[in-house]
Ligand binder design. Structure first.
Ligand code: NAD
Length: 262
């Protein structure tokens, strides 16, 4: 379905918006004149970022469906409608598979996968009330396509996010919805999560650094959260199913898409 996307005056909600990629996405929307709500479980970071950006911050635990529903209700009571939800909150501790406890698995799936499910449940009915457009952006990860060691639960959760977004996008298209779905697929981005992973920095001409994310001598370019913000807005404009941040993986994602469509 063709649609015209106008960010100025639109309403965007970003979970995990207090830091890193979420903050970068929030800033990109603000730069376009959108109204932004950031949601996060980290009270101190939420208050600091909401004050810095001059936006509404709503404490939210994405593992709790009621908390995410309260976020959607608050967004509607503040602004009347919502155009974009970025289900972006995530956690990423490292451990080999045999050291991951069931509690680790549950936590990782609760935040990284069910957090997205809760966001879709709470916001899709709101987005579909729009006459013109709406977008659900779910943060997956390049680790699904190039899985590094020590991230089994994380990769499993993020694979779930990629899969549910692909199915959601097809279902929305089939029923002619004005709402689209995008899987944001970040490679290495300089944030708190990445700072906890092994890195092998090497300055390059652009001042960015490369990272040996899998510890196998293969480097990938580190992006900044602002780069991801721009990529997300571009993907929404084009109602793109995949928003990979690193060109290295674009071909692999496209191949996957072709297989799904076949
Ligand atoms: P980050 O730690 O800076 O941001 C994650 C945010 O999520 C934090 O503000 C944290 O407080 C919040 N959060 C955690 N649990 C929450 C919960 N239960 N409810 C609400 N908020 C919660 O890290 P980031 O790199 O900006 O991560 C953002 C997303 O991008 C995550 O889903 C992450 O898995 C994904 N990702 C990041 C990279 C990268 O290189 N940084 C790569 C691929 C995917």
């Amino acid at each position: 379905m063709s649609r015209t996307v106008e960010f100025a005056g639109s309403v965007a909600v970003v979970t995990g918006g207090a830091s890193g990629i979420g903050k970068g996405i929030a800033e990109a929307f603000l730069a376009e004149g959108a109204n932004v709500i950031i949601a996060d479980i980290d009270d101190a970071a939420l208050a600091a970022t909401a004050a810095e950006l001059g936006v509404l911050g709503v404490r939210t635990d994405v593992t709790d469906a009621d908390s995410v529903q309260a976020l959607a209700d608050r967004a509607v009571s503040e602004y009347g409608r919502v155009h974009v939800v970025c289900n972006n909150a995530g956690v990423g501790p490292l451990a080999p598979v045999d050291k991951l406890t069931l509690a680790d698995w549950r936590w990782m799936l609760e935040v990284n996968l069910y957090g997205v499910v809760h966001g879709v449940h709470a916001f899709l009915p709101v987005l579909e009330r729009n006459p013109d457009w709406g977008q659900i952006v779910n943060t997956s990860s390049m680790s699904v396509i190039a899985p590094p060691a020590n991230l089994a639960a994380y990769v499993a959760a993020k694979a779930g996010v990629l899969g549910l977004t692909e199915v959601l996008a097809q279902e929305l298209a089939l029923r002619g919805s004005v709402v689209g779905a995008t899987a944001l697929i970040p490679g290495p981005v300089r944030t708190n999560i990445m700072n906890s992973l092994r890195t092998r920095p090497a300055a390059d001409a652009s001042g960015l650094h490369d990272v040996d994310i899998a510890g196998n001598g293969k480097n990938f370019r580190f992006l900044q959260p602002a780069d991801v913000g721009r990529i997300v807005l571009e993907a929404i404009r084009g109602n793109k199913l995949y928003a990979p941040t690193h060109a290295e993986w674009l071909a692999q994602v496209s191949e996957r898409h072709a297989r799904i469509q076949a």
